[in-house]
Design a protein around this ligand. Structure first.
Ligand code: ADP
Length: 249
């Protein structure tokens, strides 16, 4: 039976280094993310958020445990197979937009399809550009756009191939509050209207409040979650986490 989970982590641990000097960045993460949901991951600095995202997205290999993406166990996959899976079934939105300056907006959006060896679908490209409000900017270069518009391009690029999971790492970290809300609204809409699955690491409770569920990481473990919580609840939960979290070694 096909899995209804977009992503599953089973007993995922990640150590850096060995022996007494080892850093335990993840200490046994068990998690299943339902398809068509928006999940935020929060935690104090050093709690393991980046490592979590890297392991969940197949960019880094766990020291132990299994990661299953869209029903495929990626644990034993060769580097080539993993790259192919990332290109065809996952997508990424970063804080720094990561657009190629020499390509037009449309070419940037279609780049992941090209890299995956697929025929670029111009109709679908136009559709996602319209969805993010950039229908008239397809032939522009990134440098001709504002930061918010550039991140809209990155969102369009992340959605174009209908991936199993969109991983977003502080996607609003470089944007002002109003522009950030516009980007988060686009991500929310992709989940609600197209069944996209989004996992977003953020330190901003206002951003996390757009998610269906907020997961709290502390010292490499998932210690709590809040569902459909307002920013004020998320912020106060973060405050207690930060107060009780062990200082970084
Ligand atoms: P966060 O994203 O929440 O700030 P990270 O996942 O970056 O947390 O880091 C978790 C822990 O792992 C921290 O103690 C960090 O110093 C350590 N760490 C992260 N990456 C490395 C690495 N490449 N080598 C050694 N330690 C690392």
């Amino acid at each position: 039976m096909p899995s209804d989970w977009a992503a599953e982590l089973h007993g995922v641990t990640r150590h850096y280094g060995r022996g007494g000097a080892a850093v335990h960045a993840l200490r046994g993460i068990d998690l299943a993310l339902p398809a068509g949901t928006f999940t935020a991951v929060m935690g104090p600095s050093g709690s393991g958020k980046s490592t979590f995202l890297q392991c969940a997205a197949g960019l880094d290999r766990p020291t132990a445990g299994r990661v299953v993406l869209g029903g495929t166990d990626i644990t034993g996959l060769s580097e080539n197979k993993l790259t192919a899976l990332r290109r065809t079934r996952l997508s990424f939105v970063f804080q720094a937009f990561n657009l190629l300056p020499s390509l037009t907006v449309a070419q940037n959006v279609m780049l992941p399809m090209r890299l995956a060896g697929r025929r670029p679908d111009r109709h679908r490209c136009a559709e996602v550009l319209a969805q993010v409000g950039l229908a008239d900017k397809a032939r522009r270069r990134p440098s001709e756009l504002s930061g918010g518009q550039q991140q809209r391009v990155a969102v369009a690029r992340a959605l174009v191939a209908r991936p199993d999971v969109v991983f977003a790492d502080e996607p609003t970290g470089a944007l002002d509050t109003t522009t950030a809300a516009e980007i988060l609204a686009l991500l929310r809409e992709a989940v609600d209207t197209q069944g996209a699955t989004i996992v977003m690491v953020t330190h901003d409770p206002t951003a996390a409040a757009w998610a269906d569920r907020v997961l709290f990481l502390a010292d490499g473990q998932l210690i709590d979650h809040l569902d459909r919580a307002p920013a004020s609840h998320i912020a106060s939960r973060m405050t207690t986490l930060t107060t009780h979290a062990r200082p970084a070694a």
